[in-house]
Write a protein that binds this ligand. Structure first.
Ligand code: IVH
Length: 421
């Protein structure tokens, strides 16, 4: 490929990621699976590494999250909310450790302790406390500037408004993840495609009374700005968080070797399907705060932490039929009956199609060959259609205009959360 074509290919990828970001962050409705998003992000970063002339302000290497929404007041984070680099293999982890040792100029076999924390797939938030009182709560936004979602965050029971403990710093931003448990998500599953979008959509309601109806949870795991915080390590900080009244993840642990990190990762991957919250990997942090400070960060992620992502489990199957299920609220949910396949040890014969719009957008038809993804405990979904394998006589799927149960005319609901019909 010549320079012009490389640039063109890069621009197309950047345009695509802007579109994906907009749907993900502004409308809480992702167009593709997380794995596909990560793949595109990786490709862009690889291109930039290979060809130094490629640059774009919208590149994921410059951005953390996305611009804040227009609905809320914008507030600068005192300390930016960074993102994490991803690791997918043992080699990636070895490189991560090697770079740390090199940067700190330590002996090759220096013992580094890591805090390993399940990476909950939710929405991060920063809670500003002054004089042991919760004052302002921000979303991550673009990492530098967040949205003021204080009123919505105050509806979450896991977030303490007043801290009683005397050793709580005079000023601190407690950071963590807002999420929705899988069992609580069931009642919202006809409105959102997964628990993460349900959490994001609920958190960004204009009216906090609407947020209050949704059982959101909060788990704390780090801090931004802190005045006089006399703590030496991440594991000590996590214990303090508990003492101060915050929830932390029960599966947080510390390890000294990469082999142990991997054992723990495989163990969590096995548990993943039975947990009541979605996790998409494990976050590793250098445990010692002193070393963390010396390591600092690159443009948008710290040198002392990395996210070891689980691979999304996918399979290829064929749609045998599309059934319309009737929810408790009378909502009609289309479900694809697929040729049973084994995805990561689980036999899958149903895949969610979410709603009519999803079917139209992906142009999903009976007899189509499709890629099915299973993540955690949620019902598997259709990632994409292989249109090359589509039979010639295939017909567009028409959503029923009458309820299959009672025969009355179907209506498209106005969704109070997504603000869409
Ligand atoms: S630490 C600079 N710890 O992962 C440190 N993040 O891509 C960044 N996340 O935005 C945060 N669990 O939404 C941290 N135990 C954990 C986490 C965690 C989930 C999310 C968080 C962050 C994203 C990083």
């Amino acid at each position: 490929m010549n320079k012009k074509n490389i640039q063109l290919d890069y621009k197309v990828k950047i345009k695509k990621i802007i579109e994906l970001n907009e749907h993900y962050y502004d409308h809480s409705k992702p167009l593709v699976s997380d794995a596909e998003y990560d793949e595109l992000k990786e490709k862009i970063i690889l291109l930039e590494k290979k060809y130094s002339f490629l640059k774009d302000k919208n590149s994921p290497s410059n951005q953390v999250g996305f611009r804040p929404s227009k609905n809320f007041k914008k507030v600068l984070h005192k300390i930016p909310m960074l993102s994490l680099a991803n690791a997918f293999s043992k080699e990636d982890l070895e490189n991560f450790k090697k770079k740390i040792i090199n940067y700190l100029d330590l002996e090759k076999n220096f013992n580094i302790e890591f805090s390993a924390e399940p990476k909950i797939d939710g929405i991060s938030a920063s809670l500003i406390y002054q004089n042991r009182k919760f004052i302002t709560g921000l979303s991550r936004g673009d990492g530098k500037e967040g949205e003021d979602i204080t009123k919505n965050l105050k509806t979450i029971k896991d977030i303490p408004i007043n801290i009683i403990e005397k050793d709580f710093p005079d000023e601190i931003d407690i950071r963590g993840e807002v999420f929705i448990q899988n069992d609580d998500f069931q009642i919202l599953s006809d409105k959102f495609s997964n628990p993460r979008n349900a959490a994001s959509g609920s958190l960004r309601q204009k009216n906090p009374e609407e947020t209050k109806k949704i059982p959101l949870k909060f788990i704390a795991y780090t801090y931004g700005y802190a005045k006089k915080l006399n703590i030496k390590s991440q594991s000590e900080f996590l214990l303090k968080l508990n003492k101060w009244g915050f929830k932390t993840n029960q599966y947080n642990k510390t390890f000294n070797t990469i082999d142990d990190l991997i054992k723990n990762y495989l163990d969590l991957e096995k548990k993943r399907g039975n947990l009541n919250f979605d996790i998409d990997g494990v976050v590793y942090k250098v445990n010692d705060f002193n070393l963390q400070n010396r390591l600092g960060h690159v443009a948008n992620s710290p040198r002392w932490a990395i996210a070891h992502k689980f691979s999304a489990i996918k399979g290829v199957s064929q749609i045998l039929d599309i059934e319309i299920q009737i929810g408790r609220t009378g909502a009609l949910t289309p479900v694809a009956k697929i040729k049973p396949i084994n995805i990561g040890g689980v036999i899958v014969s149903n895949a969610s199609l979410h709603n009519e719009d999803e079917i139209n957008r992906k142009d999903i038809r009976i007899s189509d060959t499709v890629i099915v993804e299973r993540a955690g405990d949620v019902i598997p979904h259709i990632v994409s259609v292989d249109k090359k394998k589509r039979p010639q006589n295939s017909k567009k799927f028409i959503f029923p205009s009458k309820c299959p149960s009672c025969g009355s005319k179907t209506v498209k609901d106005f969704n109070n959360i997504t603000k869409k019909k």
